[in-house]
Design a protein around this ligand. Structure first.
Ligand SMILES: C[S@@+](CC[C@H](N)C(=O)[O-])C[C@H]1O[C@@H](n2cnc3c(N)ncnc32)[C@H](O)[C@@H]1O
Length: 211
């Protein structure tokens, strides 16, 4: 969002540990889109309240959000999926550095192709979708069937830098992506089995609770 309010909140967030700062720096240098600071704080707080025993993340990147979740919820098991080779290796190495390789299970591959491996760990109390934005509905439909009875689905980037409200996007690729995100949001908000709220924090976070 990056408005004044967002900036105000961001500068109040306490400094992260050395390792997390190192990961944030690397993400910035290599242009890896890790969750925005206010977005991840909101996510972690929701999870602290919910206290999930198991979490599935779609889109690990270098493992930043998975490690933040592991740190905030030391008793939770986290399964996370990444298809990019280099990011997968970086995530693996960070999990080892943090000594969290027994808490976080990293799956290499396309999330739409590794369902059989993922379901061995099901059910999940929380499922966090943070991967290819044009595929959100497919991720949601595939993995929401592995959600536990009182589980929650969390989806990042649903406001996509505020572009979902911009009627004048010149770039065709971005316009098409924004249309897909908007269609996903409409579908999700009208879903008969979930109550959803979109929180305008970070890049826009949707929280969906099974009815
Ligand atoms: C926004 S980043 C994830 C950031 C991470 N959750 C964090 O905040 O630290 C999205 C990642 O999802 C991966 N990705 C995109 N589509 C995917 C798919 N279909 N299956 C697995 N990984 C995917 C990308 O390679 C990228 O590293």
């Amino acid at each position: 969002m990056h408005g004044e309010i967002e900036q105000y909140i961001e500068q109040m967030i306490p400094k992260r540990t050395e390792l997390f700062q190192q990961m944030e720096k690397l993400a910035l240098q290599q242009q890896v889109p890790i969750m925005e600071p206010t977005g991840i704080e909101a996510l972690l707080q929701i999870l602290r309240i919910q206290k999930p025993a198991s979490i599935l993340e779609v889109g690990a990147a270098i493992g930043y959000s998975a490690l933040r979740m592991a740190d905030a919820l030391p008793n939770a098991t986290i399964v996370t999926i990444e298809r990019d080779e280099e990011r997968y290796s970086q995530a693996e190495s960070f999990f080892e550095q943090a000594g969290k390789q027994d808490q976080i299970y990293l799956i290499k591959g396309d999330a739409l192709e590794v369902e059989a491996e993922v379901k061995r760990f099901a059910p999940f109390d929380a499922i966090f979708i943070d991967a290819a934005k044009g595929q959100y509905r497919r991720f949601f439909e595939m993995y929401s069937s592995y959600l536990s009875k009182d589980g929650i689905m969390i989806t990042d980037n649903v406001l996509f830098k505020g572009l979902v409200c911009d009627p004048h996007i010149e770039n065709r690729r971005i316009r098409s992506l924004v249309r897909k995100i908007h269609e996903f949001n409409e579908w999700l908000m009208g879903h008969s089995q979930y109550d959803t709220v979109i929180i305008p924090v970070g890049d826009g976070v949707a929280i969906s609770k099974k009815r």
